[in-house]
Design a protein around this ligand. Structure first.
Ligand code: B12
Ligand code: SF4
Ligand code: SF4
Length: 353
């Protein structure tokens, strides 16, 4: 394998070993972490005036050029919320400043105007990894009955969407497409962790959820799209290949409006997902209805019926999940105009990007 990387004419016998490329003296010793400037500044020496980073941050934060977006208190809070995952095990790089930022924010809230706060929260969601963000009023119909006590104290739901890489879904249902599903779930978890830290830092109460509330109707109310025959939320830009999560908050935020439904008329004529579904879980009906095929569906909602038990049985047959209803949809955002990717093409492209 290594010889492939060698220039022509260089035999593998005369090649340099990787360990010989970087020269060190025999006196070289492994460096002790306790001697990094971070560690020494915090524990080993008393930093002279002007060199105490945390104190200087506090000073900078208090004196921040608050009229400038890149220097206002919200950007300061965003800057430290970005560390919140790093503060957790096993990374343990704990930013001790967070409590200070919270105290300053409480005394002097920067964003009293809901319009400005809404804009900042949406900016933060996208900055922290969301492809889509919309806000809907808290609606108890879209929380599980068991979660009523946990969530009913909140005013709104900030719904975020992260797109899956269509190239990984393109070759069809496989471990590779599953890897894209699981990786996107982890991306949602990262964005939610940082966002909830931000909301708490600026003095709000919140709860981030992944699959702990019915995100599709919340996303419709938040203006992110409409649900198709496939029972997937279809966003005009990303199609159905988007994964959803949300943060319930008590912040005073403005709500979005649902966008016009351009999806249902297309679904009425198309039906491709229903034809392609290997378990025939998707309805071939002409129109949405109030039907609930199984006990695993909620009752009394006008939408395309979907049979989750047939779908689940297909997953059980495969031993992993299925993405065929996403792939079938003409609203799917194709990554490449000339058509589908083969698994090998996708792997090569990722290696070279
Ligand atoms: C359980 C579940 C499943 C189950 C069963 C689905 C079901 N209908 O019960 C199984 C394992 C089969 C499944 C399969 C898939 N799932 Co799933 N699933 C969920 C989960 C975790 C809970 C949904 C639930 O409680 N269903 C039980 C009752 C409520 O189901 P229901 O009455 O049939 O309602 C469904 C829809 O009609 C809609 N809905 C509910 N109420 C209302 C009200 C209105 C007005 C409308 C319009 C819609 C609507 O939401 C439900 C979604 O299943 C959600 C996350 C979440 N919490 O929302 C993800 C979720 C719906 N799944 C998702 C996806 C992508 C898939 C798959 C493509 C798998 C994959 N590889 O990713 C397939 C697609 C199947 C399909 N065509 O629907 C995404 C959808 C993203 C999107 N763009 O819409 C979600 C939101 C997960 C996520 N975090 O992104 N899933
Ligand atoms: S995930 Fe597969 S089995 Fe389930 S509805 Fe979609 S296409 Fe059908
Ligand atoms: S494949 Fe066709 S019918 Fe199914 S959701 Fe997409 S547009 Fe609608």
């Amino acid at each position: 394998m290594l010889s492939v990387l060698l220039p022509t004419g260089v035999s593998s016998l005369s090649r340099t070993f990787a360990s010989e490329v970087i020269k060190t003296l025999p006196t070289y010793k492994q460096f002790k972490k306790k001697n990094t400037v971070h560690n020494r500044a915090m524990s080993l020496f008393n930093p002279p005036k002007g060199l105490n980073f945390f104190k200087m941050f506090q000073k900078a934060y208090k004196q921040s050029k608050r009229q400038l977006p890149e220097y206002n208190a919200f950007s300061g809070a965003l800057c430290y919320s970005g560390f919140s995952l790093l503060a957790q095990k096993p990374y343990n790089n704990i930013p001790k400043i967070m409590g200070f930022v919270q105290r300053v924010w409480k005394k002097d809230p920067m964003l009293k105007d809901p319009k400005e706060l809404t804009k900042s929260i949406k900016f933060a969601a996208k900055f922290l990894g969301a492809d889509l963000v919309g806000i809907s009023k808290y609606d108890p119909r879209w929380t599980y009955k068991e979660n009523n006590r946990k969530f009913s104290k909140y005013k709104n739901s900030v719904v975020i969407g992260i797109a899956m890489d269509d190239r990984a879904l393109s070759p069809g249902t496989s471990f590779l497409s599953n890897a894209e599903v699981s990786f996107t779930y982890s991306k949602l978890a990262l964005t939610l962790t940082l966002m909830t830290s931000l909301v708490k830092t600026i003095g709000g109460k919140c709860q981030g959820t992944i699959n702990e509330a019915l995100t599709i109707p919340m996303a419709i109310q938040a203006g992110l799209g409409h649900m198709g025959r496939s029972n997937l939320l279809i966003n005009p830009e990303y199609g159905p290949g988007i994964r959803l999560a949300n943060i319930f908050t008590d912040l005073d935020l403005n709500f979005d409006e649902p966008i016009p439904d351009t999806i249902t008329p297309v679904c009425e004529k198309c039906g491709k997902c229903a034809r392609k579904c290997p378990s025939q879980a998707i309805s071939h009906d002409k129109k949405p209805s109030y039907k609930s095929p199984t006990k695993s569906n909620s009752i009394g909602v006008l939408r395309w019926p979907h049979d989750p038990e047939k779908c689940w049985s297909q997953w059980c047959k495969l031993g992993h999940d299925c993405v065929e209803c996403i792939r079938a949809c003409p609203f799917r955002k194709k990554s490449k105009k000339r058509g589908e990717y083969s698994p090998q093409e996708f792997i090569e492209e990722v290696l070279n990007q």
